[in-house]
Design a protein. Structure first.
Length: 464
């Protein structure tokens, strides 16, 4: 059974438990470190989180002291705080999911993911960093940017990779992390969902203007188009507070955990939860940052490319996206029903994300392959002005710099965006990809200004 939505306290604790379990398994971090740096805010009250964000002082969050227990070789994790206990359980290579009981079994068959052997050499394998001067970059400006990103440990920049003209010119990690670390990546996974859609469209199994997307959408929802999902403008009624300009301290409303994060925190059937929501706005008219659209987009690709077979689709993103481009470290997690939660539960090495960024810079081309069409590449990086009329910065699961959100970067920049200010910035005019991985807690300490300055230095270095 799912954690009840009218129990926000247990929802928050359950979500934190899942993040701790995944972090221990995939990044090798200590559970206390994961709780303090990545997810204590999930178990905190909204008032505590609001104070931390407004004062830039996380003292109240850091005072939380849960009891964390790992069992069954790390495949079962419990967290107890304030007299409540939550559970997360590993379902094979599909990672961890929230469960309501340690005895919970998955409603799908966990599928082993065969990963390719490590190879070297760009672009198909892990590259050796070259002298930035070989691509014409200003080495001094690049060095200044690197120091800027790593100077303040409280901002928690863990990894930076820079590609210029298709070559790696910078790769740096904060100890104890390294090239093989699979970092929490959060909503950068939304851009993976978009990429999978592009592959399905190229295969002729989907189109941007298609309607009647799901069998149970026989009412006004049947007018929702594929492009509306990708623009996060489906119009479905879905509560949340994590978009641009919203109050990120709010996790509940009217006693209910927000829909936007309930899909992570409850162990519910995320596809059904999202697909059953009624329409609140005409499709394509109200852009809102909500997890229902990428979750449904991924389900739609599953329906078209795997006949709706949950088990068969589990390996599909690896075989058709990650492995062909050498992104061998990616991990996509699911709910207990086998629905991918690529809207935020995904892990990847910094170099994996660099591969994905380069793929979009190259407009879907990789070696002799064309994974998605150039028209689709243009679609995801173009602001959806009809849907995001109030602030037309969002494309197809990619934020864009069309409105100058990052004033230090050219207006053609667009990026994969995740919590804790994870970024894969793609700048076509400079033939440049910038990857930055970090922890959630760094966001409290004002890292956004640091990133804007450092990214601007890197852009200037590439333009020299």
């Amino acid at each position: 059974m799912a954690i009840p939505q009218n129990d926000p306290e247990l929802c928050g604790l359950s979500w934190a438990t899942k993040v701790i379990a995944s972090g221990m398994a995939f990044t090798g971090r200590a559970p206390e470190d994961i709780f303090r740096r990545s997810c204590n805010w999930m178990a905190a009250s909204d008032a505590m989180m609001k104070e931390a964000l407004e004062t830039k002082n996380p003292a109240a969050l850091l005072a939380l002291d849960p009891v964390i227990e790992s069992r069954s070789g790390g495949d079962l994790v419990s967290v107890t705080l304030g007299g409540r206990t939550a559970w997360a359980k590993r379902f094979g290579d599909q990672g961890f999911a929230v469960v309501d009981s340690p005895d919970r079994s998955p409603a799908f068959a966990p599928t082993p993911i065969a990963r390719p052997d490590q190879t070297t050499g760009w672009p198909d394998g892990d590259p050796e960093v070259i002298d930035p001067g070989a691509t014409g970059m200003d080495t001094e400006l690049l060095a200044q940017a690197s120091e800027k990103l790593f100077t303040n440990p409280m901002e928690m920049t863990n990894a930076v990779v820079v590609l210029h003209k298709g070559q790696p010119v910078l790769e740096r990690y904060r100890e104890p992390f390294g090239r093989e670390t699979q970092f929490e990546s959060w909503s950068m996974g939304k851009s993976i969902s978009a990429t999978l859609a592009g592959i399905a469209i190229k295969a002729g199994q989907l189109s941007l203007d298609e309607t009647e997307l799901f069998d149970n959408w026989t009412d006004d929802r049947k007018t929702i188009r594929t492009r509306d999902l990708l623009n996060m403008a489906s119009g479905l009624s879905f509560t949340g507070s994590f978009g641009k300009g919203e109050d990120h301290s709010v996790k509940q409303r009217d006693g209910l955990f927000l829909d936007h994060i309930y899909v992570y925190a409850s162990g519910c059937d995320a596809h059904t939860f999202c697909a059953d929501k009624p329409l609140a706005d005409p499709p394509g008219t109200a852009g809102r940052y909500r997890n229902c659209d990428p979750i449904l987009m991924t389900s739609l690709v599953r329906n078209r490319m795997a006949g709706g077979d949950v088990d068969r689709f589990l390996s599909w993103p690896y075989e058709n996206l990650f492995h062909p481009i050498g992104a061998r470290g990616m991990i996509l997690e699911t709910d207990p029903y086998g629905n991918f939660l690529i809207s935020g539960h995904d892990y990847g090495r910094a170099m994996d994300w660099a591969h994905l960024g380069q793929l979009h810079l190259q407009r879907g081309a990789w070696g002799g392959l064309q994974l998605f069409d150039e028209d689709f590449a243009e679609f995801v990086r173009t602001p959806a002005t009809e849907a995001w009329t109030h602030d037309p910065y969002y494309g197809g699961f990619f934020p864009t710099n069309a409105t100058g959100i990052i004033p230090t970067l050219p207006r053609d920049a667009f990026w994969m965006s995740g919590g804790g200010l994870q970024r894969v910035v793609i700048i076509p005019s400079l033939d440049l990809v910038i990857v930055r991985m970090g922890h959630m807690a760094g966001q409290v300490f004002g890292v956004e200004a640091t990133l804007a300055e450092a990214f601007g230095l890197i852009a200037r270095a590439a333009a020299s």
